[in-house]
Design a protein around this ligand. Structure first.
Ligand code: HBI
Ligand code: FE
Length: 258
């Protein structure tokens, strides 16, 4: 689709330093905060502070687990391309790293977000099956902005900002949190709003891109995500029938009449 490759020998000293600093800060923090499958995936991919991951190696690990592959993209890509890749078991990832001066936050996801935070879970079968199925639903409605907004919300509150109940407590699996030290601490703290996994609730209100989430949803297993696919599809279809499309859905929190 984009015909790009990871030009590994072009990484600079600064890139390796940025990777090292971000990796060291997050990996210490996440030992007791990330889901056990995320930690396991990081180990399987041999992620470490001293080496920017080589996608060829990640692809070998994935070929032996879920069969997914990494597709190099320049950065944020159009929804159609994005969902088309995911529906075909290809995870889109940038290859550039943020600069030292904006270590803590950047607008667009860089490789630390796409690789460190997203890739370890691509070896978890129920998770990638969910990712693939939700993308197939999105493709069926790819020309309907309302549908993509609603699917985008479910994607956001699971793949990017999801939490999971595990034996030793609530743990993080959402990549948007896993690549943010501040939000990793906040989402498990006593000020954050943690709710049981609920697709209808996820669809009903918009989400914020530029500050901590006002709510997080907790699954009990990745199978919960996969099992929710039929409900996601039927709720979406109900919503598309019952909401007048000319309504400006981006203006205010959308209280769906479902
Ligand atoms: N493109 N590379 C990339 N990565 C994303 O996470 C991404 C995207 N395009 C669209 C998008 N995410 C969101 O709008 C999804 O909710 C569709
Ligand atoms: Fe992401």
């Amino acid at each position: 689709m984009y015909n790009l490759t990871q030009e590994y020998d072009k990484y600079t000293e600064e890139d390796f330093l940025v990777w090292k600093l971000l990796y060291q800060r997050q990996s210490v923090l996440l030992q007791n905060m990330a889901s056990k499958e995320f930690i396991h995936g990081m180990e399987e991919m041999h992620f470490n502070a001293d080496k920017i991951p080589d996608f060829n190696h990640v692809n070998k690990v994935l070929a032996n687990t879920t069969g997914w592959q990494i597709e190099v993209v320049p950065g944020l890509i159009p929804d159609k391309d994005f969902f088309e890749l995911l529906a075909n078991k290809k995870f889109p990832s940038s290859t550039w790293l943020r600069k030292l001066e904006n270590l803590d936050y950047l607008e667009e996801p860089d490789m630390f977000h796409d690789c460190f935070a997203h890739m370890p879970l691509l070896s978890e079968q129920f998770f990638v099956d969910y990712l693939q199925e939700i993308s197939k639903i999105a493709l069926k409605h790819i020309d309907d902005a309302l549908a993509i907004e609603l699917i985008g919300r479910v994607y956001w509150f699971t793949v990017e900002f999801g939490l999971i109940q595990q034996e030793n407590g609530i743990r993080i699996y959402g990549a948007g949190i896993l690549s943010s030290s501040g939000e990793s601490i906040y989402c498990l703290g006593d000020k954050s709003n943690r709710l049981p996994f609920n697709v209808k609730d996820m669809m009903e209100k918009h989400y914020y891109k530029d500050h901590f989430q006002d709510r997080y949803y907790v699954i009990n297993s990745y199978k919960d995500l996969f099992d929710a696919i039929p409900e996601i599809e039927s709720l979406l279809e109900q919503a598309l029938k019952s909401i007048p499309h000319e309504k400006n859905i981006y203006a205010t929190p959308l209280d769906l009449i479902l």
